[in-house]
Design a protein around this ligand. Sequence first.
Ligand SMILES: N[C@@H](CCC(=O)N[C@@H](CS)C(=O)NCC(=O)O)C(=O)O
Length: 214
Amino acid sequence: MADYRLHCFAQSGNAYKVALTLSLAGLDWEPVAVDYFSGETRGADWRGGVNAMGEVPVLEHAGRRLTQSGAILTYLARRSGQFGPIDEDEELEILRWILFDNHKFTSYFATHRFLFSLAGKPADPAVLSFLRARTDAALGVAEAHLAAHDFIVGDRPTIADISLAGYMFYPIAETGYDLAASHPAIHAWRERIAAMPGWKPPYDMMPVAQAANT
Ligand SMILES: N[C@@H](CCC(=O)N[C@@H](CS)C(=O)NCC(=O)O)C(=O)O
């Protein structure tokens, strides 16, 4: 059995954040498939036995079971000595961006994507339009920051980059965003991340996909 076991499914960018950190850090890990689209995370077994929050990702390591990608990435940075802060100012800055990511950047991008292509039924146009506007606003914040910086915090990749990049590598047909055309600074930044040793796109990183309800 691998040192780290990641409960995940391939469509989950939140799980991809963890898989990407594990892979970029060169840690020994394996994916454990979660049948999200059949409702596994919504069942009593999952909530009672694995994660009361009803979510993926879940990481098992050395007798610990961790949830929330931001907490897991912090743990992995500490364990591996990679992609973490070098001082308290950076620690706070990384936390600041991870909170922004969880609340606005990933949250709206992923929810828009789900309704746009994964929910299995046509989305209410008003809801989709609301989510697209919120997503555009969050993308705009990152685009402005990355137009002036190679990475989110400092001059090297940290877990803040990995967190924000969680949904940036899914296909255009799924996300509804052609970022190379619409957000050149985000695109250049994700290319820098994709050039790192150990990087793979989500569907190669987590070979545990099930068919979505489409
Ligand atoms: N803030 C959480 C978000 C996790 C999350 O939303 N996971 C999704 C999959 S990407 C999930 O399991 N959703 C199940 C549900 O909401 O029912 C994190 O970063 O880990």
